[in-house]
Design a protein around this ligand. Sequence first.
Ligand code: FAD
Length: 543
Amino acid sequence: MPGAPAISSLDRSSTLDRLERERFDCAVIGGGITGVGIAREAALRGLSVALLEAEDFSSGTSSRSSKLIHGGLRYLAMGDVALVRETALERRKIHRLAPHLAEPRWVVVPTRTRAGLLKMRAGITTYEKLGAVEGEDLHRNWSLRELEAEEPILDRSRFAHACVYREYLTEDARLVLANLRCAVARGAAALNHARVDAISQENGRAGGVEAECTLSGRRVRVRARSVLNAAGPWVDRVHQLEDPQAPPRLHLSKGVHVVLPAERLPVRNIVILAAADRRSIFAIRRTGAVFIGTTDTSYEHGCETWPRITREDVEYLLEPVARTFSVDPVAPEEVVAAWSGLRPLIAEPGKKAHEISRRDEIWIGPRRVVSVAGGKLTGYRPMTRTAVEKAAEVCGLRLAAPPAQEEPLPGGDFDGDLARLSARLRLETGLEPATAARMVGLYGAEAGEVTGRGPDPLLPGASVLSGEVDWAIEVEGAATLEDVLYRRTRAALYEPSVREALVEPIAERMAKRLGWGSARREHEISAARERLASELAFLGESP
Ligand code: FAD
């Protein structure tokens, strides 16, 4: 990859100048996995690209997922074989591009009876065939003794059998950033906190977009030969900028996850739990935290970046814990963090949210805007390739052939051995083992460079390093405290014991790097604190 791909927040005004000055092949609206996937594919195929994101890159659904790179065994049961095949095959490809963002993990499926186990194995065997899984990655049974060693808190008096199969755990927000940086390395211009509020016209066709930088108030007009709408749950709203009468196509479904300290629920792998309505949910270990999710309920309140989490959502997720593990029931008051997001599903009238297919759809509007919605994080590459090819066809753009061999994403240039990478980082920097493991998990082969910018913890005892703040600003386009806390360091999700305490030191460092005055600094601090508190607002609801 040519040069170190960087999206710097130190000079947003020059990005705004560039957006206004050039005429691009593609203007992409939305910086979730769909938008950045489009930007990367278009840039790799020789097109010039401008990407505008209303809030932060990945701040929509693409930072609220279950963080699995998976084909979705559940969708096989729904008969979505083509979708499952495509996404199951994608797993290894994403692992090859960014091994730190697709870490192989065992998924434990506990069953009560041998008949249940055999039925499960039959489904998993089909799933593995579709995904061309082989060798060490094939599923296996765990004996009671193995279960005791590998997943000791599972209630073995209820679950005498367990089958395990492979899936991959990602860091969704960081997968988005890695793809976007890849596009930027190929010349794309990208700006977050820049909301598109109009689609401009040239000879009756879309000729670009108009946007406002929400941090400076500056407006820009971006000229482009094609416009792609990748606004996720907001795709209908953006489509209506082009065609005000267009009926909505999406069915929004809310998905909630709750976080517990790992000491409270020391799960080691990814364990499948059966919720009260028999839906499967996951308990997933990530550093010092375990998250449980997800719900899947129709959301009637329109598009929101932070859909409200209710006590009912939380109780639904916690209820199966004591039925599955040998632990005391977990009360909502023990939840230390939570997140929710909206799935932009393609509506299927008469079906409930969890019954709707996760397929994607691409459609062309009257001004030739290409809109893309639906799908899954895992299937972003094939989905966005089709979208770019469609845009090229509709708007007469010349596409280069896809690269024969895709280069690794930023941070992905290593042999996939995270333990070895982590050991090397420790040797070079003297970091504690847990901190080094966290750093390579987030930054892959770039962890050394990030650490080099500031190896001291932001707080005594915390594993978040001061260099991460500088890296976030200089290389990953972080412009607000929330950007760093939630989507760059992910401390809001996985560092529950220190996330509140990190707010001030992050603000301090950002203020120095970005030249914030005291009013801006105070505003950022109170906005971040409000955000953290809002996740747990369900505690105010009566039981
Ligand atoms: P988004 O990530 O929402 O991106 C759209 C972006 O457009 C947003 O950032 C928004 O701010 C921006 N935008 C909106 N309007 C404008 C405008 N006017 N101007 C500029 N920008 C604008 N998939 C998996 O593969 N594995 C999983 O484990 C998984 N788990 C999931 C769990 C939950 C709870 C949910 C909700 C989804 C899950 N998914 C999973 C699905 C996956 O997360 C989504 O399919 C994917 O993230 C959608 O990405 P997107 O880019 O289309 O939308």
